[in-house]
Write a protein that binds this ligand. Structure first.
Ligand SMILES: Cc1cc2nc3c(=O)[nH]c(=O)nc-3n(C[C@H](O)[C@H](O)[C@H](O)COP(=O)(O)OP(=O)(O)OC[C@H]3O[C@@H](n4cnc5c(N)ncnc54)[C@H](O)[C@@H]3O)c2cc1C
Length: 288
């Protein structure tokens, strides 16, 4: 186990994101992905949290198990939405007592149909402060290179992200598909005096429809060039995967050419896309 802030200070990193499975079949799929991705030696892996608390136990148990039963360092996502301050304090205290050292502090968007109460903390920054009060954690925050979908003013959005990063140890980004998006974002953060490390999130598109839906929700542009390439092979699942993996590989190459050394991969609990991108990039291990 290690603090992510120290891992990042040590050089290039690769990290993988998983979500807590709901069904026995999904559990099996995750187990397989963990088994197959562990040999790549990720710098850390993260486990998402169902905003509103739907995965409270499952996120906790999976992170603790990763820390204890694998060679990987786990990070728990935690969202403020719909939680009382005391509930969040309880969750963070439990992580501290279980030896979990890394938390990604998030606002969270609970499903609208559940009509949950708003919660005591409004934004991720308040959760960062609460976590710092409870223990000596390494704390990450989410960053949005194309702006948070709820933001109406780009400059305001950038300023808030810079303020949030100033409180945190590192940032992990929402996915995006064009390297220019990242470099423009880095330029803006630089102009705002941000020195906190930020890591780009890479989403291999293996299913055009679901990624288009996710992009809309995340505020990420689903570029026309990618859609056209995917539409050209519509109906051919294998060809679609190949297009998605090639696009993600090219994005990593473009980012690396511009000096990016660390990547965060959205695995969607599968190993193959991430492993193929690794192989394409000639990365034998996470830090290479
Ligand atoms: C890497 C990554 C991992 C994620 N993991 C999860 C997960 O596990 N579970 C989950 O449910 N969701 C997750 N999300 C999604 C996240 O919960 C949503 O983006 C959510 O809408 C906002 O949370 P945030 O922490 O990104 O934003 P916040 O920093 O809380 O900001 C949300 C909005 O409020 C605005 N804002 C911030 N501070 C203020 C202020 N003081 N006054 C007024 N406005 C303000 C911001 O500009 C922004 O528009 C993840 C996102 C990313 C990028």
């Amino acid at each position: 186990m290690a603090k992510i802030v120290d891992i990042l200070a040590g050089g290039p990193s690769s990290s993988f994101e998983f979500f807590p499975p709901k069904t026995p079949a999904a559990e099996e799929q995750l187990e397989q992905a963990l088994l197959e991705l562990e040999p790549l030696g990720p710098s850390f892996v993260s486990v998402t949290y169902g905003a509103g608390g739907s995965t409270r136990e499952r996120t906790h148990d999976l992170v603790v198990r990763i820390n204890h039963e694998t060679a990987m360092t786990g990070m728990a996502h935690l969202t403020c939405a719909a939680h009382a301050r005391s509930e969040l304090a309880g969750i963070v205290t439990r992580y501290r007592d279980a030896g979990v050292e890394n938390i990604l502090a998030l606002g969270g968007d609970p499903p609208k149909d559940l009509n949950l109460p708003p919660g005591d903390l409004k934004h991720a920054t308040e959760l960062v402060t609460l976590i710092r009060e409870i223990g000596d954690f390494s704390i990450g925050v989410a960053v949005h290179p194309e702006g948070h979908p709820a933001s109406t003013d780009v400059r305001d959005d950038r300023r808030r992200q810079a303020e949030k990063l100033a409180l945190a140890d590192f940032g992990l980004s929402q996915f995006f598909f064009d390297a220019d998006v990242w470099f423009e974002f880095l330029g803006d953060l630089d102009a705002l005096g941000v020195t906190t490390p930020v890591i780009p999130g890479i989403m291999p598109v293996t299913n055009a429809k679901s990624v288009k839906r996710m992009s809309e929700m995340a505020g990420a542009a689903f570029p026309r060039w990618l859609e056209e390439k995917l539409l050209a092979v519509d109906g051919d699942e294998a060809a679609m995967r190949a297009v998605g993996i090639e696009a993600a590989t090219e994005l990593c190459r473009d980012l690396a050419a511009g000096g990016v050394e660390s990547f965060h991969f959205y695995t969607l609990n599968r190993s193959t896309a991430t492993r193929e991108i690794y192989a394409n990039l000639g990365r034998e291990t996470a830090g290479s």
